[in-house]
Design a protein around this ligand. Structure first.
Ligand SMILES: NC(=O)c1ccc[n+]([C@@H]2O[C@H](COP(=O)([O-])OP(=O)(O)OC[C@H]3O[C@@H](n4cnc5c(N)ncnc54)[C@H](OP(=O)(O)O)[C@@H]3O)[C@@H](O)[C@H]2O)c1
Length: 292
């Protein structure tokens, strides 16, 4: 297989463009698959080439590459990840390095337990079932693929500041409500690390290792913004106010361990504590250092 570009990033959005920036800085030629012109322009601004393809339709031929990072979400309202199926079919061969950005939603509700990668998947939602399908699909296609299970991604422009400033209530859920996060630049750094230094395991929780209760996270945001802590509501009121999608996230509680990531790789988190990550996000600090 003749390599035409060094790195292909499928779904080159907020995380993908940061992976692209790292790849370009390392001297790679990068092709990002995106749907819209905004993402294409952002990718070009970091030195990557873009190809606009709607993965819900025919994909056409994709170039041979050394590294494939897959970061596009599955389509809604489907039981499997048909987008990924089309992409893998369109690839001329299996690249030497394959990384898939999945979600920690595949574990389902864990009742607040600590969760490592040995825990069997137990998806509660169709959204998570599609991710399990995608994980199995890409690991079946590339036996050396690395799956990253990411929790809530935060960073500049993705902090729900308006909600906190507007004093929107949060669910009081002292019996559970454990959540996990990863800064978008750390997720990009971890993905790039995995695409360049193959780790010993196939699956990694890609998170900061500091789970908090949801309430504590919003209280921290409010404190750093200098506004009042959000009022609490109970489940009955939450069911009235929140969308079905939001309620499905609220119904899950787990504490993700990143011990395997830290033990197996040289990657060191730029933001091991979300408080520092929020402060940097509020300042809009650019973070393109590889993180180790
Ligand atoms: N949000 C979270 O907290 C969270 C948590 C865990 C995992 N994840 C997953 O982690 C991955 C990276 O997250 P992110 O926030 O960086 O995602 P993002 O910014 O939304 O980027 C997703 C990319 O996929 C592309 N895409 C979506 N639908 C497409 C289609 N039909 N055809 C072609 N391209 C399509 C988008 O292209 P356009 O921008 O051009 O439309 C974009 O480049 C995603 O798969 C996301 O679902 C997210």
């Amino acid at each position: 297989m003749t390599v035409e570009v060094s790195t292909v990033i499928v779904g080159c959005g907020d995380t993908g463009v940061r992976i692209a920036a790292r790849a370009v800085a390392a001297g790679e030629t990068v092709l990002g698959i995106v749907r819209g012109e905004d993402s294409a322009a952002r990718l070009r601004s970091v030195g990557g080439r873009s190809r606009r393809i709607d993965l819900d339709g025919p994909v056409g031929d994709l170039p041979a590459c050394r590294r494939l990072v897959y970061s596009a979400p599955p389509a809604r309202a489907q039981a499997t990840d048909a987008r990924m199926a089309r992409v893998l079919e369109a690839m001329p061969g299996v690249p030497a390095h394959v990384v898939y950005i999945s979600t920690s939603g595949v574990y389902g509700d864990c009742g607040g337990d600590w969760v490592d990668e040995a825990r069997p998947v137990a998806p509660d939602t169709d959204r998570a079932k599609r991710r399990v399908d995608a994980e199995r699909r890409i690991m079946g296609w590339a036996r050396h693929a690395v799956v990253l299970r990411a929790p809530g991604i935060y960073g500049p422009g993705r902090l729900t500041l308006d909600r906190v400033r507007a004093g929107e209530p949060v669910l009081a859920d002292r019996a559970g409500g454990w959540t996990n996060r990863v800064h978008v630049d750390d997720l990009a750094g971890i993905a790039w690390h995995m695409a360049t230094e193959p780790p010993p395991h196939a699956i990694y929780n890609a998170c900061d290792g500091v789970p908090t209760r949801r309430e504590a996270y919003y209280d921290t945001l409010a404190e750093l913004l200098g506004v009042a802590a959000p009022p609490r509501i109970d489940w009955a009121e939450a069911r009235q106010r929140f969308s079905a999608m939001r309620l499905s996230f609220l119904a899950e509680s787990r504490r993700l361990s990143n011990a395997r990531l830290l033990a197996d790789t040289r990657y060191r988190l730029v933001f091991p504590d979300y408080r520092d990550g929020i402060l940097a996000s509020l300042r809009g600090d650019p973070v393109l250092a590889p993180g180790y």
